[in-house]
Design a protein around this ligand. Structure first.
Ligand SMILES: [Zn+2]
Length: 341
């Protein structure tokens, strides 16, 4: 069935048309207009509405490249339904490679936002009203935070639609992750929109494998929603669905030698890391207490006590660990961001 026109940020996009928009999001310190570039593709035929967002944290760049390649592939004439792609949500943070906005606010704790609030609130408001509202599903692209890397994984709320799409996406892991107040994912779910939070790679880098997993995953989701034809084959193995995770932290400071890598399945008793002093004396040797998948890891070669080193997901465990570093992080201090999404 032929689709109808849609309106985004005051601009009407006819069926079979792509429009690139740049609505006003906020203003910079210099008083310049800060706009939020986005592409709106209204398919020739009727169908679902999906959004893809990236770089809500301004140093998480993989998703920007995923969006660029996705836009290159999408043909308005062949699309059923509509897609809004926002490659850089944190348009101010990305200017200087920062996770945060210039006032150190976390954009992903600022949803749904408001017209008269902070820069973060104004950008969030624009995304909430013009991008999220009215969508059938969304995909929000992230990487690990500072000095860490993540295995490609999809994080979802406890929502049947999100679980189905997350499995379709086909990243190696699907994790039930608690909703954080003010996050895009939480506010979207309040609006009835299931969101897949994709995590993969590290900040300020493009990782070709991660970009490939994300791009294929998005195309599979679009095919599942009957929006495109000819999506990549399903992933070779079904994603491992994980219920809970915890960060393992260093007890001693020093030079770190990791014995496992991101993506590994470790067994109870398996050596995880050794810490030595710079003069060579062994300080600590730590083994796994339980079986688990390493879904994230530090990229720093030196550690200090209390530093999160390995993010381990526990198959079958249903109670989130008390050791979740997100509980203790000072969200205002950009030097200790222990949350990724
Ligand atoms: Zn992030």
């Amino acid at each position: 069935m032929t689709g109808g026109p849609i309106t985004v940020a005051g601009v009407t996009i006819e069926p079979g048309e792509r429009r690139d928009l740049a609505p006003l999001a906020s203003e910079s310190y210099t008083g310049d207009r800060a706009t939020l570039p986005m592409a709106v593709i209204n398919g020739a035929e009727d169908g679902a509405r999906v959004f893809v967002t990236a770089a809500i944290h301004g140093d998480e760049l993989n998703g920007i490249e995923v969006c660029r390649r996705l836009l290159d592939l999408l043909d308005p004439a062949a699309l059923r339904g509509s897609i809004v792609v926002v490659p850089i949500v944190n348009v101010l943070g990305v200017q200087f490679g920062s996770r945060y906005l210039p006032d150190r606010r976390d954009l992903n704790r600022s949803f749904p936002g408001s017209h008269g609030g902070s820069m973060a609130a104004r950008i969030a408001r624009l995304v909430t009203e013009e991008v999220i509202t009215g969508s059938d599903a969304g995909i929000d692209l992230h990487t690990a935070a500072n000095h860490r890397t993540n295995v490609p994984q999809v994080r979802i709320a406890d929502d049947e639609r999100a679980l189905e799409l997350a499995i379709t996406f086909g990243a190696p892991f699907v994790m039930h992750a608690p909703l954080r107040a003010g996050s895009l994912r939480a506010v979207a779910l309040d609006l009835g929109v299931p969101v897949l939070t994709f995590e993969g790679g590290q900040p300020l880098r493009f990782d070709e494998d991660v970009i490939d997993v994300a791009l294929r995953g998005i195309l599979r989701v679009l095919a599942r929603l009957d929006m495109v034809d000819g999506a990549p084959e399903p992933a070779a193995t079904d994603p491992m669905v994980l219920e809970a995770s915890r960060w393992l932290r260093a007890e001693r400071g020093g030079v770190l030698e990791l014995h496992v890598g991101a993506g590994d399945l470790v067994q109870a008793g398996q050596p995880l890391w050794t810490t030595t002093s710079p003069l060579g004396a062994e300080r600590a040797s730590v083994a796994a207490e339980t079986e688990g998948y390493i879904i994230g890891a530090t990229t720093l070669p030196l550690v200090q006590p209390g530093q999160a080193l390995l993010h381990v997901a526990l198959p079958g465990e249903t109670i989130p660990s008390e050791d979740d570093p997100t509980d203790e992080v000072d969200e205002d201090d950009p030097d200790v961001p222990d949350t990724d999404d």
